[in-house]
Design a protein. Sequence first.
Length: 207
Amino acid sequence: MAISPTRPARARSPEEKRLRRGDILRAAERLWTTTPYAELSMNQVAREVALAKGTLYLYFQTKEELFLALLTEHYQAWSAQLCVLLDERAPQTPDEVADAITESLRGYGAMRRLQLLLGGVLGGSELAVTFQQQMQAMMQATAPRLPYPHATAMRVLMHTDALCVGWQHLSEQLSSMDSQVKATLPMVDAEQEIRTSLRALLRYLGD
């Protein structure tokens, strides 16, 4: 169980509630590393964070809402990291831009794994629409830092999102295969393949 022993039994202040919300998100993330999304319940999350189920529902009313909150948190952190790298490096060439984007993705494997669930979990629900609006807002804030017209910069960011999903999916498929079959196939490093794909895309856009 993961709740801090110094955390108050009942969160009252805004700061205590913020910390408790973080405890819940971290508990859900730990569980998703070992339990398929479809098999995970709010009861399990409540047990993991040592909360009554009713208390958990004060923070997240559904598993889908909890999932989206976790994915949004990862996207916000990644978007902030990408903005920092673009500001620091001010990349100009296609390869420089691709390398900066790929560098920003390091350490965000959990985000890419959650991305794989997005379509199947939420479909066209209201939650999904809200999330996509938040994503667009983050992309709009990041796009001016790329050395392209705004419409092209938005395409680059949307392609990045699609490449993350595609290469993560293939990487996980290969890793789950029988060892004898796996031995006959090339190894896939998702981040390296994202870099290669982005370089090719950005060179094409620059022509």
